[in-house]
Design a binder for this molecule. Structure first.
Ligand SMILES: [Zn+2]
Ligand SMILES: [Zn+2]
Length: 442
């Protein structure tokens, strides 16, 4: 009887969408504003992006490093610079029980640099190519696509002054973005000058903007004195107008900076990468010098900055006194992932649902599922031993690729029913060699 029922039922089974509509959550404690959960149906994209980063970066000779989420506040005030938005208004800073001022890392470069110095990595080899992936924290105004806990993929080369490294890092970045599947990418580059030539430009810019200072917002009035380059990053329209025809930093860089910039461009050409010069890209952080770059995507019509980075030959002196050059980039993962298509390959479904009937069937299902798990086959079964109808409903809800129906009668005959949930066909297959048969299909 069971056999007949199983066969007939499975044959007549039609896919139905009888999932209950989600009810409004009654939970009182919710996630903090700006902090979000990445649910299982989204996590596939994250895993794909992270795995691709690891593969591409390690191919370029980069090693992963994992760094703490908390650091001494001083690391960021000295490393990033006091007069930046990050340090002035966006850091999660608190005093711990021991009276130390600690900060949730707002970015990764300063921590990687600290670790490089602390572990004297330069004694083994002055050149370190490092990457890290993880959450960063900034107290920004929450808005669509912006989070207070956000994720970055960060890569840095420490200990190389030669601009060949600049080009290498940029090439790796662009190749990574292409491998992930982003389209309509534009690489923008600029040179920000060095300690010798940048002050001259800063003065020039300050003089230029002082004449227009009535048009600047309150923040930029202050920036005008502290760091006028940061006015380029201001989103206020009148500020944008004020800097529209401001002098360009590339017109003021010294011959050495110019020579290095030329070499970066030459190496990019050699690698077949096209780029545009963006003289208005100055980067918000104080520690950047010389090469600066951004990659923007036009995939969604408008321009979306996906990532940016640059050279920072002064950072190490700020935090540790050693003169170590560095270059790197940070990719905002939320933005990157928002540009990926909703593809099936990013969602995991069970390969197999094992529906069992009767005592023997359930035992056999448990045994089989355990074996399949060890072979990397995602197999699910019904833990509550419900009716076949309800088991098949669950198989359908989980989007299982196949269902294996173990009826008692069929088991006695050494057989089972394998149902193709997509093609809606089914067949009897022998229990002997079942795992091999399943693995061939899955
Ligand atoms: Zn210079
Ligand atoms: Zn402004």
């Amino acid at each position: 009887m069971v056999t007949l029922c199983a066969m007939r039922f499975a044959l007549c089974y039609f896919l139905t969408n009888d999932m209950e509509a989600p009810k409004e959550s009654k939970i009182e404690i919710k996630a903090i504003r700006g902090f979000s959960d990445i649910l299982p149906d989204q996590v596939g994209k994250w895993q794909f992006v992270e795995a691709t980063a690891r593969e591409v970066f390690e191919g370029f000779g980069f090693s992963e490093m994992r760094i703490p989420i908390l650091e001494r506040t001083e690391l960021f005030t000295r490393g990033i610079g006091e007069a930046t938005d990050i340090v002035e208004k966006e850091m999660y800073t608190f005093t711990d029980r021991g009276g130390n001022s600690l900060t949730l890392r707002p970015e990764a470069t300063a921590s990687l640099a600290r670790a490089y110095l602390e572990h004297q990595m330069y004694t083994f080899d002055p050149v370190a190519k490092l990457y890290t992936i993880g959450p960063m924290f900034r107290y920004e105004r929450p808005q669509k696509g912006r989070f207070r806990q956000f994720y970055q993929i960060d890569a840095e080369v420490f200990g190389v002054e030669n601009p060949v490294a600049d080009a290498e890092v940029i090439i790796m970045l662009v190749r990574f973005l292409e491998r992930v599947g982003l389209e309509k990418l534009e690489l923008q580059i600029n040179s920000l000058g060095c300690r010798a030539c940048r002050p001259g430009y800063r003065e020039e810019l300050r003089n230029f903007l002082t004449k227009k200072s009535f048009g600047l917002c309150e923040d930029c009035q202050r920036r005008l004195q502290a760091n006028p380059l940061r006015i380029f990053d201001c989103k206020v329209e009148t500020c944008q107008e004020a800097i529209a025809d401001a002098p360009k930093v590339v017109d003021f860089i010294c011959p050495e900076c110019q020579g290095r910039f030329d070499q970066v461009k030459e190496n990019l050409n050699m690698a077949g990468l096209s780029y545009v010069l963006n003289p208005r890209m100055v980067r918000g952080l104080d520690y950047y010098t010389r090469t600066a770059f951004e990659v923007v995507s036009y995939q969604l019509g408008s321009q979306n900055a996906v990532t940016g980075g640059g050279r920072y030959d002064n950072l190490f002196q700020e935090i540790g006194g050693l003169d170590v050059p560095g270059i790197g980039f940070a990719i905002g993962m939320e933005r990157l992932i928002s540009l990926l298509p909703e593809e099936k390959k990013f969602i995991r479904y069970p390969h197999l649902f094992v529906a069992a009937l009767g005592e023997e069937g359930f035992k056999e299902a448990c045994r089989l599922v355990n074996q399949l798990h060890l072979q990397g086959v995602w197999a699910e079964l019904d833990y509550e031993r419900k009716s076949l109808k309800s088991q098949m409903r669950r198989a359908n809800k989980l989007n299982a690729r196949y269902a294996l129906i173990l009826g008692e009668e069929e088991l006695k005959q050494g057989k089972a029913v394998l149902r193709d949930m997509e093609g809606k066909t089914q067949e009897e297959i022998p229990m002997e060699g079942l795992i091999d048969t399943l693995r061939k299909r899955i």
